[in-house]
Design a binder for this molecule. Structure first.
Ligand code: PAF
Length: 289
């Protein structure tokens, strides 16, 4: 497996692959891999001749009060896992490579970032869009794979690719869950045993939302109220948002249909977790009694 830490060598490799008529798949990550990341890589492996994974904890998507410094990192373990699933190259730049002295160019994707995490984490998606645009220019992929756990992030990337005429196919992959339903996340590593138990409230409340919808409920306020009550009945939880939005525009809606999704952001102890459910999709999580 190749490891590139310089923009120039990664870009030269991508250009040479393209010259040889080879296709490139790309999975951007912040490292500390779990099965969810590995599933994105397995999908990438199927879709192109050469698979690149980037590992970079991007400072511009963290606010000064967030967990940039504590964000878990384990490069050696990540490389060994990446190699096991058939990754061809890891791109591992440092901050000086990505944001050299004098850096001043950012991308703002407007409407789809107004709600949800865009509202509660100001500047977050500006950082995400900027780093992804930079990574796309460096890795020059034909196809890129993102997880649906960050549903709004997927919408931001889709909008940016369309608006900036970036000729890259975007694949959104279903959320990978632990056996008990908890959505996999590098931040799950922060949870104590007691918090881990309460964190199950997220996926189970989504199963409740699914059940309500499948029983004929289409009033968003009713579903949001029941989901909120269910989460609040768990200790150590503090809701940031529970909201139903249109899956394309990410605008809040009160009318639930198959083109809407319910998104959650909940602090469990000090750890902020997100999860979501697109109404009508499968969700392999037991519904609460
Ligand atoms: O989803 C993530 O891990 C990050 O937001 C991403 C896409 C790698 C950009 O830093």
């Amino acid at each position: 497996m190749d490891i590139f830490d310089s923009v120039k060598t990664m870009q030269a490799k991508a250009a040479s692959l393209r010259n040889q008529g080879k296709t490139v798949a790309f999975v951007p990550t912040m490292g500390y891999f779990h099965e969810g990341h590995l599933n994105l890589m397995r999908e990438g492996r199927k879709r192109a001749d050469y698979l690149v994974v980037s590992i970079y904890v991007n400072p511009t998507q963290f606010s000064p009060t967030e967990d940039l410094d504590q964000y878990p990192r384990d490069f050696t373990r990540d490389c060994s896992l990446a190699e096991q699933v058939g990754v061809d190259a890891v791109f591992f730049p440092d901050n000086a490579a990505m944001y050299p002295q004098g850096y001043q160019t950012y991308i703002d994707v407007e409407n789809v970032t107004r709600n949800l995490c865009g509202a509660s984490r100001p500047g977050h998606f500006r950082g995400v869009a900027t780093i992804c645009a930079k990574l796309f220019h460096i890795v020059q992929p034909h196809v890129t794979i993102f997880g649906k756990k960050d549903f709004q992030q997927l919408a931001v990337i889709k909008t940016m690719l369309r608006d900036l005429n970036m000729d890259i196919e975007l694949i959104g992959l279903a959320t990978t869950r632990e056996d008990d339903g908890l959505a996999m996340s590098s931040r799950n590593a922060y949870l104590s045993a007691e918090e881990r138990k309460s964190a199950l409230a997220l996926s189970r409340s989504l199963a409740l939302a699914k059940h309500l919808f499948e029983s004929g409920e289409t009033d968003g306020d009713t579903i949001v109220r029941q989901v909120t009550q269910y989460i609040e009945s768990h200790p150590l939880t503090n809701i940031d948002y529970v909201q139903i939005s249109n899956a394309d525009t990410i605008e809040e809606t009160k009318n639930v249909d198959r083109n809407t999704f319910i998104a959650l952001a909940v602090k469990v102890g000090a750890t902020r977790l997100i999860d979501n459910y697109v109404f009508g999709d499968a969700l392999d999580v037991p519904r609460p009694e």
